[in-house]
Design a protein around this ligand. Structure first.
Ligand code: CA
Length: 121
């Protein structure tokens, strides 16, 4: 991926099944563990042996994410569980904490979420 000046800002690597498994940008290298169903299950930074983010999916639909657990303070342990709210097209519309309070009201399109496992455009 390049910016408007043609400078590479992110590079991706894919496995033999064309699933995105490595993202490299100025902030470092991110490794993605992807399921047979192309769901991103876990993300690890560089050569870390522990994940910084894990995803749990519902069997209802391949893009139905239940929770995202992440290392919010970058100390190597997963400490923040977020409950995912999605619209009828499986776009993430909000992330709630364990108390049901919206902590991030964001719109992450399904291309971005699936993009970890999708073929390059
Ligand atoms: Ca942590």
């Amino acid at each position: 991926m390049k910016d408007s000046l043609g400078v590479t800002i992110t590079e991706y690597q894919y496995d033999g099944l064309n699933r995105r498994v490595i993202e490299e940008s100025g902030s470092g290298v991110n490794h993605l563990l992807v399921s047979q169903g192309w769901q991103v299950l876990e993300e690890r930074a560089d050569s870390s042996s522990t994940p910084h983010t894990q995803y749990v999916y519902s069997p209802v639909y391949i893009d139905a994410i239940i929770t995202i657990t992440r290392d919010s303070d970058a100390n190597g342990s997963l400490d923040q569980r977020l409950w995912v709210v999605q619209d009828s097209n499986w776009n993430v519309t909000a992330l709630l904490n364990d108390s049901g309070i919206v902590v991030e009201h964001t719109w992450i399109n399904d291309v971005e979420l699936q993009g970890y496992a999708s073929a390059p455009a």
